[in-house]
Design a protein around this ligand. Structure first.
Ligand code: GDP
Length: 296
């Protein structure tokens, strides 16, 4: 089920309710069950779905509503509010400020879209008047530096990396120094991806973070990974102080549930979504319009 289907299912559940002659507890229960099924099919974790259902039941007291109140509207508002709450961890992400050397480190699994997203993030800020730069601290994957170099060159963003050096911490620190001197106000560090089972990935990430003291660590997650999203996001949160999430590949088979899980696991907001391979296919993520679209 892709994101649009999730939205379709939720709005169908709400619409069916409005066609009922009387909206009573049974109709509400049926509607919430249908929404729960749709969320689970979209890979939202069972526990989160149960919490959402319980919270809506608690906040909607059908009997206490005045006669003539549009019950469907009340329920729809409650559903929307709960979905927003799931996507809003309550604390905003760090926002880079012009004129000071903001350091942002990217982490994520190999193939998540991390390197592509680094360039998109740099390009987005460049258009806002920042002077971004990219550091390739991925010494693990052959070709990582070439890829970053190619992307950066295309986007006209200064970059730093090495074909010879194998210590990512050294490269990160050197890149940071170089770009601080060059007065870059947004230094973006791309770290190595690898796989979830590799303890070395998390250790390396910790070391790069310790040496560079980033203002923000962004966790990049493939939106189509499904139920694995929560555990993956949590593993990263435990090893690095993740402060924001970017969900990629939302143009593909993303089910939407991954976004909810990543927020819950990292207690950090989604700040952007990737919607394609091109550098401009990158959107600021705002909770309310996203939920508004889900509700149709
Ligand atoms: P990394 O291993 O995490 O650095 O991943 P890459 O940046 O190399 O991306 C892996 C693949 O995903 C590449 O083919 C990218 O073009 C593609 N990709 C990244 N972001 C998106 C996105 O938002 N949408 C789509 N469709 N593809 C993406």
């Amino acid at each position: 089920m892709v994101l649009a289907e999730l939205g379709g299912s939720i709005s169908r559940a709400l619409a069916r309710m409005s066609s009922a002659t009387v909206v009573d507890e049974n109709v509400l229960r049926e509607c919430l069950n249908e929404i729960a099924r749709a969320l689970m099919q979209a890979d939202v974790r069972f526990k989160m779905v149960c919490d959402l259902q319980a919270n809506i039941k608690k906040s909607v007291n059908l009997e206490a509503l005045a006669a003539g109140t549009n019950k469907r509207r009340v329920i729809e508002t409650a559903v929307g509010k709960e979905l927003c709450k799931m996507l809003d961890p309550g604390k905003p992400a760090f926002v880079p400020k012009k004129g000071k050397p903001n350091v942002v480190m990217f982490v994520g699994l190999q193939g998540s879209g991390k390197t592509t997203t680094c360039t998109k993030y740099a390009h987005y800020h460049q258009r806002k008047g920042f002077k971004p730069s990219l550091v390739c601290a991925d010494t693990f994957r052959a070709g990582a530096f070439d890829q970053l170099k190619q992307n950066a060159t295309k986007a006209k963003i200064p970059f730093y990396g090495s074909y010879m050096e194998s210590d990512p911490v050294k490269i990160a620190v050197e890149g940071l120094e170089k770009f601080r001197q060059e007065k870059s106000d947004l230094i973006i560090i791309d770290t190595s991806g690898r796989h979830m089972q590799e303890a070395a990935l998390f250790e390396e990430m910790r070391q790069v973070a310790e040496a560079t003291k980033p203002d923000l660590v962004i966790f990049v997650m493939d939106g189509s990974i499904g139920q694995a999203a929560f555990d993956q996001a949590q593993a990263f949160k435990q090893s690095a102080s993740v402060g924001a999430v970017i969900i990629t590949k939302m143009d593909g088979h993303a089910k939407g549930g991954g976004a909810l899980s990543a927020v819950a696991a990292t207690k950090s907001p989604v700040i952007f979504i990737g919607t394609g391979e091109h550098i401009d296919e990158f959107d600021v993520f705002n909770v309310e319009p996203f939920v508004g679209r889900l509700l149709g």
